[in-house]
Design a protein around this ligand. Structure first.
Ligand code: CTP
Ligand code: MG
Length: 236
């Protein structure tokens, strides 16, 4: 890996947000008056460990998204058109990545409040030679596996389960090879594709504030996290 390589963050943001409810695409939903995607990109650029951000936007909103990032955030911002699945959106963002990028993060637009320390920690671990690094939390619910009839078939030991967040970080060549080798486009995270290649994936501590906005109740939590941060800034 070249010491001079740049770090890029790919941001899949082309989802419809069906579980959140109809309306504007989820990435453009406002939290504290600002689109969720803008919060997410600020979190990445603000970590200072990301040089370039490539956003995979909803096809019909590419120009609208470009217009959100006219000011200098300290990282170069590119906007491409996303695909029909998360995996397809990431694959589209990978196309045309400049040659001098050697570390790639993939971060959900739907995780607007990932702390910059988590972003920096993922980059540092990949730069130190780990091919794939993902942040995670312990699971708090008991998880059961069920069959097609909703009958329980097993209860995995909770101690060995992790709830995976983003940004996930990769050596660029490994992520690209994993996407190129995929024979369908249904993966819900990128580490899943890398695992299929037999590459070791390291888990590091994630953060509660890196939660994904998925359902309406998550918007309430997001508004609260933002209000808490803004109050902290005003009084600190
Ligand atoms: N995503 C994407 N392209 C898609 C589908 C999802 O870029 N075709 C992105 C979403 O914008 C989101 C991330 O992948 O930032 C995680 O997906 P998810 O939380 O499932 O978002 P949605 O697919 O938009 O939501 P839902 O599944 O409820 O429709
Ligand atoms: Mg989805």
């Amino acid at each position: 890996m070249s010491v001079l390589g740049r770090t890029a963050a790919l941001v899949p943001a082309a989802g419809r947000g069906e579980r959140l409810g109809a309306g504007v695409p989820k990435a453009l939903r406002l939290i504290g008056g600002t689109p969720m995607l803008v919060h997410a990109v600020h979190a990445l650029a603000g970590s200072r460990s990301v040089d370039l951000v490539v956003i995979a936007a909803p096809e019909e909103a590419v120009e609208r998204v470009r217009a959100l990032f006219l000011e200098d955030l300290g990282a170069e911002i590119l906007v491409v058109s996303g695909g029909d699945t998360r995996q397809a959106s990431v694959a589209r963002a990978l196309i045309g990545l400049p040659d001098d990028v050697d570390v790639v993060l993939v971060h959900d637009a739907a995780r607007p409040f990932v702390p910059s320390e988590v972003v920096s920690a993922v980059v540092a671990q990949v730069r130190s030679g780990r091919p794939a690094v993902i942040p995670a939390l312990q699971v708090t619910d008991t998880i059961k596996q069920v069959d097609g009839l909703e009958m329980v078939v097993g209860t995995p030991d909770r101690a060995v389960l992790r709830a995976i967040q983003t940004p996930q970080g990769f050596d660029r060549a490994i992520l690209q090879a994993a996407h190129a080798a995929a024979d369908d486009d249904t993966a819900t995270d990128d580490a899943g594709l890398v695992e299929r290649q037999g590459v070791g994936v390291h888990v590091i501590p994630g953060h509660e504030e890196a939660f994904k906005v998925t359902r309406p109740i998550d918007l309430l939590l997001a508004e609260s996290v933002l209000a808490k941060r803004r109050a902290g800034r005003a009084h600190g």
